[in-house]
Design a protein around this ligand. Sequence first.
Ligand SMILES: N[C@@H](CCC(=O)N[C@@H](CS)C(=O)NCC(=O)O)C(=O)O
Length: 337
Amino acid sequence: MLKRLFLVAAMLTAAVAAQAGTLESVRQKGFVSCGVNVGLGGFSMPDSKGVWRGLDVDACRAVAASVFGDAEKVRYVPMTATSRFAALQSGEIDILSRNTTFTFLRDATIGLRMVMVNFYDGQGFLVRKDAKIGSLKDLAGGTICMLQGSTHELNLADWMKQHNIDFHIVLLDTTDVLIKTMLSNRCDAASSDSSNLASIRGAGVPNPDDFVILPDRISKEPLGPMVRRADDQWLDVVRWSMMAMVEAEELGVTSANADQMLAESTNPTVQRLLGKSGDFGKLLGLDNAFALNIIKQVGNYGEAYERNVGMGSSLKLDRGPNALWTNGGLMYAIPFR
Ligand SMILES: N[C@@H](CCC(=O)N[C@@H](CS)C(=O)NCC(=O)O)C(=O)O
């Protein structure tokens, strides 16, 4: 009995130690170490001045705003599709925010935890317009190029099995190589998350009008950040930082009106979100103004979407499934109460 109690106590101590983990170490080093894509327009890419921008970058900035009251306190660590998980497991990075798909196996077997979807996507296909291909089935027997270490290979294998259609699959290392191989006519199609293809079509090839994205979507690719397992406090910090951006959009709180809403809004949810009541920040080990800081410095989810991948960006993706649930989409904040 005593031994069992001791064991439980030891496990609890270990759990508490793990919980003290990342938030504390991030505070001590003074920045959030964020694993991002080496360069994917709209998601994570340095601009002409070397400033990182994108929807995945904004997830990192939101967490920095929560922890430090300063969205700039992030160090970006570029990751390839294959290096990303080990970097998070080893503690090299605190968050992996790199157009990463949530799947059962990634959640259950690699010591990591999915936080929250920040972009609902699906696997698509980019083809040359002059090939006059209308759908994936027209490509039967053709060569499809994609990146290794991604979800895409298995998705396509499943699809081929289901439809009894075969393709020749070529696996490549980086997006740059994928684009070059596509441009040299060695692939009939490039396959990836459709947002990825939009970014390649928009900025990766010399003439976007030479390429089209087929209407087929063969998979669900819910993208979002991951953290290490057994660090519930850090998981909460990252999850509720992102949730705050969606809740703010639902409530109509923006970077422009947040201060005014804090001063004037009589809506109890707005008051809790912005830290006027409820002590929600403290409950996460943060300042009660954590969400206010995010909204002022990074914006609500809709602002981040439009600026990075929506109408204010070169990608011009409509909200689609990433619209708020109140507008027929899937973005839905768990209530702040
Ligand atoms: N969402 C998928 C795909 C992520 C992915 O790595 N996509 C490639 C497609 S082009 C990419 O971003 N490559 C950038 C690079 O490594 O250069 C996953 O999590 O496996």
